[in-house]
Design a protein around this ligand. Structure first.
Ligand code: NAD
Ligand code: TYD
Length: 355
């Protein structure tokens, strides 16, 4: 079996659902269920005995040690993290606790477990750490895309905490020989994306008749990848990646934020015409920028293609259409995630931003 952490969140849930659809191998899913973790993402697995959900913290050493000794997983995929840049600006503490301290405690428990495994099991064991392109910092307009050897220059508390976790993972390989793999991926989008991030926020606000808040001039560039392509890349790295190596994952798909918002509006104009017949673009408002906002991210994904033969299956056009359709078809999921805590967050982040 495998152990997945953070498997009730956006990417983790997609990963677990796809894993169990493709393989008959049990998943232990360790997730503390923060605001971003949602049992409903895994509702289709309610009667599936191959999915063992455990509510708990990656920083709880006793819990992690007991799960490892009881279930003896052959691999761990570490998704668990605080993941939203804007939240890290309002309050970095949770990011330090989970992304740095939590990853460290997890690594300690994993090292103790792995060092007692018999030879063959120890050699084939893998700890795959899921990270982000944001650790590399911000690119100027004409800079080449991030390769795996690009220097680390994280700019937000979120990216700094992820960078620290990447360094710890690297050090546990270098110092103790722990068989680790690290992946640094670009921005994901797709089903089950919590509507505090750009794409789902725009879909949900548009349908609710609310404003579509674009930070600054909207010309910041992100490199977007459909979440299922990220999951297939992780499976490929887990299968065939070289121990100790880093693999950048991306879709060769750089877009300015305003272009993303226009695409979402155009799809909604086609699939769910506004009552007054006007375009959802009318709802766009430019608001005060995010402090320290990174201007551009771009991933050079040639290593994973060259060495492991991985390429994304979706183009942006096919992926974003599937995503918008998913949100239109899953309005009860959308309603259920908009709890009081969600509304409080929206109020905290957007009230007082000048238009
Ligand atoms: P998410 O915020 O949607 O989900 C994170 C999950 O981790 C939640 O279910 C949450 O309950 C759980 N969690 C948080 N703290 C925990 C703890 N201490 N112990 C156990 N579980 C805990 O995040 P996501 O977008 O699914 O991202 C998953 C991973 O992928 C993160 O490590 C993130 O840095 C990385 N990543 C995300 C993106 C992206 O675009 N979303 C891109 C590249 C990399
Ligand atoms: P986000 O989804 O938070 O991802 P990240 O900051 O990790 O890249 O934001 C993506 C881009 O969209 C980023 O440049 C910030 C911008 N953005 C807005 O313009 N308005 C918003 O309301 C949000 C949430 C993000």
């Amino acid at each position: 079996m495998i152990l997945v952490t953070g498997g009730a969140g956006f990417i983790g849930a997609n990963f677990v659902l796809e894993w169990l659809a493709q393989f008959d191998e049990t998943v232990i899913n360790l997730d503390v269920l923060t605001y971003a973790g949602n049992h409903e993402n895994l509702a289709s697995l309610a009667d599936d005995e191959r999915h063992l959900f455990v509510q708990g913290d990656i920083g709880d050493s006793d819990l992690v040690a007991s799960l490892l000794s009881r279930h003896q997983p052959r691999a761990i995929i570490n998704f668990a993290a605080e993941s939203h840049v804007d939240r890290s600006i309002h309050g970095p503490e949770d990011f330090i606790q989970t992304n740095i301290v939590g990853t460290f405690r997890m690594l300690e428990a994993v090292r103790a477990y792995w060092s007692n495994l018999p030879d063959e099991a120890g050699q084939s064991f893998r700890f795959l750490h899921v990270s982000t392109d944001e650790v590399y910092g911000s690119l100027a307009k004409d800079d080449p895309a991030f390769t795996e050897t690009y220097r680390y220059e994280p700019n937000s508390p979120y990216s700094a905490s992820k960078a620290a976790s990447d360094h710890l993972v690297r050090a546990y390989h270098h110092t103790y020989g722990l068989p680790v793999l690290t992946t640094n991926c670009s921005n994901n989008y797709g089903p089950y994306h919590f509507p505090e991030k750009l794409i789902p926020l725009m879909i949900v606000n548009a349908l609710a008749g609310k404003s579509l808040p674009v930070y600054g001039d909207g010309r910041q560039i992100r490199d977007w990848l459909y979440v299922k392509d990220h999951c297939s890349a992780i499976r490929r790295v887990l299968d065939a990646g070289n121990v100790g190596e880093v693999y950048n994952i991306g879709g060769w798909n750089e877009k300015p934020n305003i272009g993303i918002v226009h695409t979402v509006c155009a799809l909604l104009d086609e699939l769910r015409v506004r009552d007054d017949g006007k375009s959802y673009r009318e709802q766009i408002t430019y608001v005060t920028d995010r402090p320290g906002h990174d201007r551009r991210y771009a991933i050079d994904a040639s290593k994973i293609e060259r060495e492991l033969g991985w390429k994304p299956a979706e183009t942006f056009d096919t992926g974003i259409r599937k995503t918008v359709q998913w949100y239109l078809e899953n309005q009860s999921w959308v309603a259920n995630v908009q709890s009081g805590a969600y509304r409080e967050w929206v109020e905290k982040n957007y009230t007082g931003r000048a238009v």
